[in-house]
Design a protein around this ligand. Sequence first.
Ligand code: ADE
Ligand code: ZN
Length: 336
Amino acid sequence: MTDLATFIAGLPKAELHLHIEGSLEPELMFALAQRNRVAIPYGSVEDVRAAYAFSNLQDFLDIYYAGAEVLRTRADFHDLAIAYFRRAAADGVVHAEIMFDPQTHTDRGIPFAEVIEGLLSAMRVAEAELGVTSSLILSFLRHLSEEAAFATLEAAGPWLDRIAAVGLDSSEVGHPPEKFARVFAAARARGLRITAHAGEEGPPEYVHQALDLLGVERIDHGNRALEDPALVARLAAEGMTLTVCPLSNLKLCVVGDLADHPLDGMLALGLKATVNSDDPAYFGGYIAANYRAVAEARGLSRADLVTLARNSFTGSFLPPEAIARHVERLEAYAQP
Ligand code: ADE
Ligand code: ZN
C-alpha cells in the first residue's frame, strides 16, 4: 500500500478556498518588489517568514495586505497565479475555485482589468499545460462599506461571464453578513453563485445571517457553527459545504493545536466538510500539506480522505456533468 503522503498527493481533489493573494511566496514578493521598484519592510526572505507569527485574523490581514503592495501589473497577477497552479497541480488539484480581492488592488490605483486579465491568462495556461481547470470568486472586503462593494461589482461588469461567484472576506468580527445583503442580492440577480466567510472568528449568528440574508451555497470556514447544535443540524440537513482550512485555523489560533481540530467531528455530525489551504504562503502549506497535517493529527482514515475529496467536487460550482466525471475518477483512484 502506498504511504499516506503519496496517497494524498495522488488523490484527485478540488480546492474551494484559496485567496490568490495569499499564495504570494516571499521569494516572489522580493522578485516583484524589485521588478516594480516597491520598497518592502523586510531585508530577506527569512525576515519575511519570521514576521509570519499571528495571534488572530487581524494580525495576519495587516501583513497580507502589506504584502499585496508588490502586485502592480497583469504580469504580476499572471506570475502569482501560475506559481499557485504549479503547486496545486503537484498536490493533486484538478480544479480550483480561486478568490481574489479586487479592492486590495483598485484602492491602490491598480485597474480592475490588470488584476483580472492577469489571473485569466494564468488560468488558461493552467488548463492547457497542467490540466487544472479553475474559476474565479470575486471577494468583497467586509471591513469596507456596502457602497464600495457595489462599486466593485459594477467594475466587474465587463467580466461577469468569467466570474463564477462572489465571496466575503477580511476582518469578520464587527462586519456581519447583513451589511452586504443588498450587494449579494444584486450579484445573485446577475447570475453569480454565492459564498462567504462565516464562523471563522465570528459567532454562529454570522453563519445564520450568511444563510438567511446572503443566500450562500457554501460557508468558508464555519468552525464556530459547532457552538450551535440547531445550526449544525440545519447545515447537515441542507448539505451545506464547509470549506475548512486546518493550517490556517492553527496559524490564526482558531484552534490551539491540530490535535484538537474539529474536522473529523464535522464529518461525524454529517457536515459536508472539505480541506483547503486559504493563504498557503502565509500558513505553511498548500492543500496536500493541509490534508497530511490534519490526517496525522486526527488519525483520519483513507475513507475519510476520499470523503473530503468527494465533498470538494460535489461542493464545487462546477456543472453536474463535470462533478460526476471528477467523482468517478476519484472513486477509481480510491479502489483498493
Ligand atoms: N482573507 C484572506 N484570508 C482570509 C481569511 N482566512 N479570513 C478572512 N479573510 C481572509
Ligand atoms: Zn479565507
